[in-house]
Design a protein around this ligand. Structure first.
Ligand code: ATP
Ligand code: MG
Ligand code: MG
Length: 587
């Protein structure tokens, strides 16, 4: 039914919808109200997904894939996607990150309000329920308090080659365990003195099933619950419960969680047997995480780049964070398009960075206004200007379409005069083979202006060209009959010295110099690209005087640029390159 390529997740969802897998599940209100969730009506939503970040950093392009996937599937199948903070780890979490994450998800074009209800949740709202569920497991003989040291526990867990060894505390009675667990809760034990473990199978071939820890003691102030708790649930225990309480149907996560799925099912099977959560419980499905060439997607390492000042902040335009990409000029539409094009699979691979840039170009090509800019300026003097125009001071009016495929958007206006700025690479004293631009004796069109014939150039003592001279070929102005009569191979961009605007242009390159950073075993710091930013003084056409911060343009021949959202201002025009053109359009 959808005009989109299918994938394994779409097939699973379509099957569940066809079979009515979740149609009979009882839904009793919002998950904050966990007490009542067994009463009430069947869930009116057909599928429920969730995006569950931990608020310990800013979101990156990998999260963008997950956001587009979860919110996109809910949208496409008439379901709901929950925005949930997986905030069970108080030490690393912060309100600044909560705000930043919400802002990024909204900016990407998604929201968690559906059917008149806000689906915005915190895992920490379920701490009471999680605690009750732990007491239930203890009561059923399915969990015990272990007081081995961390070292003993690690040792006794065993490894792939051998089964684990039971803890001496494993045979405690439910009564003993309950009393001890309550002492943990009441602050009677020191941090790290004990953990609550699920009692499953110390000989399981899956190490995650060898009695995983589900609660730990940690005296830390939580950004939501303050000092109410000194014990906190472990992620592997908390996450399935969060999903179940919110009546999630399809819990999508990255492949590294595949080994956790047996515990996810073990826990939710036990809790639904006990009537603590709804049936059928959510199912976990794993997909391949995004690996993007020349990019690192690890919040911890991105944080290190910020803290160590390798970049100017989380929103540095070189950062693969959503705030960084926004400042760089990527649009929400281009990121969504990128996510759709890469799709979802069940095996890891690397996506070429060019896929992202192509999505950006495809999004901006029909939208962005055009402009001319000279990024590496060299002066060009029209030596016969006065002869043709009557006086050296004459300025000729030229125009160009704001957008070549949409005349309704009007025309840009700029001057052509005796002195112009051209790109340094558009002149060669001795032209390489196939070079059609300026060299002595060659004719070239200045786009939207006139045809000129190159006469030569002046050099300084070091041999560097300081000025190019050319003669205007009369009656060749673009748009006139004379223009049609003359054929030249080369067309170059330019701006007039008389009305050009001086601008700072930031030419960003990849942050890492190696294609698959952080995979060789080397410290990722050594893989940073030392030349990831080049700042140039450029001349741009006068229409850019009215550019607004965050406005995007195509600088003809050069690529897509954005007026920097922080630093661009009237009087200090500042543009950043988002992406170059796919092929330079001239040889
Ligand atoms: P990091 O390792 O960068 O800290 P994380 O997985 O710990 O990332 P969370 O905040 O827990 O970060 O992630 C929220 C969601 O985003 C999870 O469902 C996770 O699977 C998904 N996610 C994180 N990184 C990627 C990625 N590179 N590609 C696809 N999904 C991702
Ligand atoms: Mg995580
Ligand atoms: Mg992680």
């Amino acid at each position: 039914p959808l005009n989109k390529p299918s994938n394994f997740l779409r097939q699973i969802i379509e099957r569940d919808l066809a079979e009515g897998t979740y149609a009979q599940r009882r839904w009793g209100g919002e998950p904050g109200d966990a007490q009542h969730h067994l009463q009430g009506q069947p869930d009116p939503a057909r599928i429920r997904t969730r995006f569950p970040p931990e608020p310990n950093g800013y979101l990156h392009v990998g999260h963008a894939k997950s956001i587009c996937l979860n919110f996109g599937l809910a949208r496409d199948y008439g379901g709901v996607c929950h925005m949930r903070f997986d905030d069970t780890n108080p030490e690393k979490e912060d309100q600044e990150y909560v705000d930043g994450i919400l802002d990024s998800v909204k900016w990407l074009g998604f929201n968690w309000d559906a059917n008149g209800t806000s689906h915005y949740y915190h895992a920490s709202d379920y701490f009471d329920f999680m605690y009750r569920a732990a007491e239930y497991l203890i009561d059923k003989g399915l969990a015990y308090v272990d007081e081995q040291t961390a070292e003993e526990m690690r040792h006794n867990r065993g490894d792939f080659s051998k089964p684990g060894t039971d803890s001496p505390y494993r045979s405690r009675t439910p009564q003993e365990n309950l009393a001890r667990f309550r002492e943990m809760r009441d602050g009677k034990l020191a941090d790290g003195a004990a953990v609550l473990r699920a009692k499953i199978d110390m000989a399981s071939p899956n190490i995650n099933m060898r009695d995983p820890a589900i609660y730990r003691i940690r005296r830390a102030t939580h950004h939501n619950t303050g000092d109410k708790w000194c014990i906190y649930p472990m992620y592997t225990y908390a996450h399935p419960i969060e999903d179940a309480l919110e009546n999630i149907t399809h819990s999508l996560c990255t492949l590294e969680f595949e080994d956790q799925r047996p515990f996810y099912d073990w826990l939710l099977d036990r809790l639904s047997e006990g009537g603590l959560i709804n049936k059928p419980h959510p199912q976990q499905y794993e997909f391949a995480r995004l690996n993007l060439t020349y990019v690192i997607t690890s919040k911890r390492k991105l944080k290190a780049l910020v803290d160590e000042k390798h970049v100017t902040g989380w929103d540095d335009p070189r950062m693969p964070t959503i705030v960084g990409m926004r400042r760089r000029g990527y649009t929400p539409e281009s990121i969504q398009l990128f996510a759709e094009r890469i799709g979802v699979t069940k095996s890891d691979s690397w996506i070429d960075y060019s896929t992202l840039d192509q999505a950006l170009r495809d999004d901006l090509d029909p939208k962005a206004a055009r402009a001319m800019a000279v990024l590496d300026p060299l002066k060009l003097v029209i030596t016969n200007w006065a002869e043709v125009m009557g006086t050296d001071n004459f300025l000729d009016d030229c125009t160009a379409p704001v957008h070549p495929h949409d005349e309704a958007r009007g025309r840009r206006e700029f001057k052509f005069g005796k002195e112009l700025w051209i790109e340094r690479t558009d002149y060669e004293e001795v032209p390489p083979k196939g070079y059609n631009r300026l060299y002595p004796g060659n004719k070239v069109r200045l786009k939207y202006g006139h045809v000129i014939e190159c006469k030569g150039a002046t050099k300084d003592a070091t041999g560097r060209v300081t000025e190019v001279q050319a003669e205007l070929v009369p009656n060749t102005k673009s748009g006139t009959d004379g223009a049609a009569a003359i054929k030249v191979k080369g067309v170059i961009t330019w701006v007039a010295v008389a009305d050009a605007l001086e601008a700072e242009v930031r030419l960003y390159d990849r942050l890492f110099a190696v294609e698959q950073p952080d995979t060789s075993g080397k410290d990722f710091h050594e893989e940073l690209n030392p030349d990831s930013l080049k700042v140039v003084k450029a001349y741009v056409e006068p229409s850019l005087a009215s550019a607004k911060p965050d406005e995007k343009f195509q600088f003809e021949r050069h690529g897509y640029f954005v007026a920097d959202r922080k630093d661009h201002a009237v009087g200090s025009p500042t543009f950043s390159r988002i992406a170059a053109m796919k092929d330079s359009w001239i040889r």
